[in-house]
Design a protein around this ligand. Structure first.
Ligand SMILES: NC(=O)c1ccc[n+]([C@@H]2O[C@H](COP(=O)([O-])OP(=O)(O)OC[C@H]3O[C@@H](n4cnc5c(N)ncnc54)[C@H](O)[C@@H]3O)[C@@H](O)[C@H]2O)c1
Ligand SMILES: O=C(O)C[C@H](O)C(=O)O
Length: 328
């Protein structure tokens, strides 16, 4: 077992996602069975008592890999020396809202957290934003952390990626592991584009395997893109366990690599595929040696181009809003 624990910050640790996420991290699902972890948990002051209760449960689980837990409401203390930051803490949307409607309430959380990370995080810090609207919140944190390389800021579209796999597998009667090269493009929002033209099933394109463009355009894409709202409608609360699981998938693959497999991550655009720099948008990526790379050289047909452009336009408009709010 490695001697030095990895320090992982989780914000919103007393919330619904936190309640699932912390136990998965402590069990070794993020860094593997040989790496001890130290949890650094950030909450707002009124939630600290509830967080103490969660820590009691972490104690009671006697996780062999859990080397320590620190909690607090001061980001500059909690983030001190952290190697990974999972920024979950933010308000969830309710029925009838879009995630972008949360920008005014939640955007303000990510500027001070970006500044605190800039000041006190470890040199190898990697940041994953789950709190909504995740892409633009990640942009806010990144813009407030000028000393941390931009590529260390990412947002979660892995839940959408996993949903895209599950819906396609159900349609074709295959296992999710039979599908490769899945990708989500754009924003974690209703405009996201789950791409079946590059996804592969049994050696051919998933779009070809489905053979029904009307189903892709009018059933599949909206089902994946609006799954978050469907969960809220059914559960009366936004997805939590699946969001925690996707956050683990994202951070684990970023840490350990994907061995050439594609995953979806929202990352700062470098201009690839005509997605302008200055926004954090989802792309198909591969990860090696702790670094993600956008998959290059893909042909984008007119249908995909229109979908990607619409989502990118939304991200640009969210960026303009947070500029006006003085957050970036
Ligand atoms: N990207 C995704 O795929 C995805 C999926 C599911 C949920 N989400 C989002 O994740 C966020 C959290 O969801 P949840 O269900 O855990 O919500 P929740 O309301 O159960 O928990 C949020 C927690 O964040 C805390 N918090 C608020 N402001 C904070 C701050 N400044 N610093 C630290 N903690 C703070 C709250 O006290 C609360 O305990 C929401 O914005 C939700 O929309 C994203
Ligand atoms: O839909 C939401 O608001 C929660 C989350 O972003 C999700 O996709 O489930």
């Amino acid at each position: 077992m490695s001697a030095t624990p990895v320090k992982v910050a989780v914000t919103g640790a007393a919330g619904n996602i936190g309640y699932s996420l912390l136990f998965r991290i402590a069990a070794g699902d993020l860094f593997g069975p040989d790496t001890p972890v130290e949890l650094r948990l950030l909450e707002i002051t009124p939630a600290l008592k509830a967080l103490e209760g969660v820590v009691m449960e972490l104690d009671d689980s006697a996780f062999p890999l859990l080397a320590g837990v620190q909690i607090g409401d001061d980001a500059t203390k909690v983030f001190d020396g952290v190697n990974h930051a999972l920024l979950v803490g933010a308000k969830p949307r309710g029925p009838g809202m879009e995630r972008g409607d949360l920008l005014k309430d939640n955007g303000g959380i990510f500027a001070p957290q970006g500044k605190a990370l800039n000041e006190v995080a470890a040199d190898d810090i990697k940041v994953t934003v789950t709190g909504n609207p995740a892409n633009t919140n990640a942009l806010i944190a990144m813009s407030n952390a000028p000393d941390i390389p931009n590529e260390r800021f990412t947002a979660l579209t892995r839940l959408d990626h996993n949903r895209a796999l599950a819906q396609l597998a159900a349609k074709l009667g295959v296992k999710t592991t039979d599908i490769t090269q899945m990708s989500i493009w754009g924003n974690h929002s209703a405009t996201q584009y789950p791409d079946l033209f590059h996804a592969q099933v049994g050696g051919r394109s998933a779009a070809e395997a489905v053979g029904d463009q009307d189903w892709i355009a009018n059933t599949y894409i909206p089902t994946v893109a609006k799954r978050g709202a469907a969960i809220i409608e059914a559960r009366g609360a936004s997805s939590a366990a699946s969001a925690a699981s996707a956050t683990i998938d994202h951070a684990r693959d970023w840490e350990h690599g994907t061995d050439g497999a594609w995953v979806s991550m929202s990352v700062p655009s470098d201009g690839s595929y005509g997605v302008p720099e200055g926004i954090i948008s989802s792309f198909p990526v591969t990860v090696a040696d702790g670094k993600w790379s956008i998959v290059q050289g893909l042909e984008i047909d007119d249908f995909s181009r229109g979908k990607i452009d619409a989502s990118v336009q939304e991200l640009q408009s969210e960026r303009d809003t947070v500029k006006e709010l003085g957050l970036i």
